[in-house]
Design a protein around this ligand. Structure first.
Ligand SMILES: *Cc1c(COP(=O)(O)O)cnc(C)c1O
Length: 444
């Protein structure tokens, strides 16, 4: 606990509700128009375009290493699908009164890593691969054929280098699997809450897994120290990486065509609401930045965090960003939500989100399993419990007075029948059958 906790609570009353584990919504008072917000952010559309182009250059290489991506010619992308049965279920069971169209963005089923981390994690490994290959003459330029990086000589070259990352699980899987495919040595530093099956899977890919009895921040610290001690080692810094962030942002560009294909209009009269589970912030932050670039003021993005680990909400609401942790206000940071058990948010992401994020919901662990069963039973789609945090947004949007006020204030009230809502399903496909069964039978 903070020594001056009392003063913090007095200056920022929502801290008390967070401390008491109340399920709530926080509306970001600093959100402004996209025209204004964009000026406060030093990343631009050109950065997202650059990331997208890099992923395209690597597509022939990805196709070679991962035959399962052949169908999409080496582009790692997930489907966007309407989930009307889930919408009916939520309206009947929880009184959600959700109008408009409900859609599920299935990053849970992304190739290679089975989670949203396939975007940022894989992108960052490829960026490092490209930098090395250009520097050492394995590629002559961006026009070169990247498929040749899969040749044995190239792999032998990359094996001199090590990639390291601290992770609660999914980021480690994405970085680990991709780095091993390129030929890098890989060390994943895992926090105590990382699941055994994730460690096992990584070891099967030849990844070195270091285990710590501490939380995520400590695993990151250890990983960074280990990497700094080796001049041929690269550390993926989940808390500050622009590369990860931009890899995630590419999702939004591709979403434009997917919405068109479904005849979903997004404009001033047809608002889009997006709900994304948040851990350290990189994935939801990057996606939000991309969405704002594509849809500007027509898109409204909300993050969702567990009541025990609302690190981004705490950092943004107090303005302290990464200078405060959930442990500082007496929370444990422990949650069943894999990937969301983060005590301290990324300061970099928090600052980018300040002018553009609409707000944040919190959710209790027990509900993650309820929502997971709701989706499974109504649509026959499995996503992991942490990914189900997104559902809290649509369930509570019309139930909290604060969100009602948000809709009114932004002139959205009468537009809601024309609105679309996207639940960002962030993970699930790699969860083994036995664990799925365990989840289905978990009642907290
Ligand atoms: C990592 C992760 C998130 C959140 O991403 P952050 O970049 O940590 O905010 C959400 N859901 C799942 C399943 C994840 O693995």
């Amino acid at each position: 606990m903070l020594e001056n906790y009392g003063a913090l609570e007095a200056s920022c009353p929502i801290v008390k509700d967070l401390r008491e584990e109340t399920e709530l919504v926080w509306i970001n008072p600093d959100r402004t128009t996209w025209a204004e917000g964009a000026k406060q952010i030093d990343l631009t559309m050109a950065d997202v375009d650059d990331a997208e182009a890099r992923l395209e250059r690597f597509a022939p290489f990805i196709m070679k290493c991962f035959p399962e991506t052949r169908e999409k010619v080496g582009i790692i992308e997930s489907v966007l699908t309407p989930v009307p049965q889930l919408q009916r279920r939520l309206n009947e069971k929880y009184g959600s009164r959700l109008d408009g169209k409900l859609l599920l963005k299935q990053d849970s089923h992304l190739a290679i890593a089975g989670s949203v981390k396939a975007r940022g994690g894989i992108y960052e490994v490829l960026k490092y691969t490209e930098d090395l290959a250009m520097e050492h003459g394995l590629l002559s330029g961006v026009e070169d054929d990247y498929a040749k990086l899969a040749a044995p000589e190239a792999r032998a070259f990359f094996s001199q280098y090590t990639v390291q990352v601290g992770s609660t699980g999914n980021l480690g899987m994405s970085i680990g699997i991709m780095s091993a495919a390129v030929g890098f040595q890989v060390i994943v530093h895992m926090s105590a809450d990382a699941k055994q099956w994730k460690k096992d899977l990584l070891r099967q890919h030849g990844v070195t897994v270091m285990e710590y009895s501490s939380d995520y921040s400590e695993a990151v610290k250890q990983g960074r120290a280990s990497s700094d001690a080796n001049p041929k080692s690269y550390f993926v810094d989940d808390e500050n990486s622009r590369n990860l962030f931009l890899g995630y942002a590419v999702a939004a560009k591709r979403l434009v065509g997917q919405l068109q294909a479904l005849d979903v209009t997004v404009d001033d009269r047809h608002p889009l609401f997006v709900y994304i589970p948040c851990g350290v912030g990189g994935a939801p932050g990057g996606i939000t930045f991309g969405l704002k670039q594509m849809f500007g003021d027509s898109v409204h993005v909300f993050f969702v965090e567990p009541t025990q680990a609302p690190c981004m909400l705490l950092g943004m609401a107090t303005g302290l960003q990464n200078e405060i942790s959930v442990q500082d206000i007496g929370l444990t940071g422990l949650t069943h939500a894999d990937g969301l058990a983060v005590g301290r948010a990324s300061g970099f992401v928090g600052r980018v989100m300040k002018p553009i994020l609409s707000g944040e919901f919190t959710i209790r662990d027990a509900k993650l399993y309820d929502y997971m069963r709701d989706l499974l039973e109504s649509e026959e789609i499995f996503i992991e419990p942490s990914a189900c945090a997104s559902i809290q947004g649509v369930v509570m949007l019309n139930r909290f007075a604060e969100t009602q006020a948000y809709l009114e204030k932004n002139g959205l009230g009468e537009k809601m029948p024309q609105a679309s809502h996207i639940l960002w399903a962030t993970g699930g496909n790699l969860v083994p059958e036995s664990i799925r069964e365990e989840y289905v039978n978990t009642h907290l």
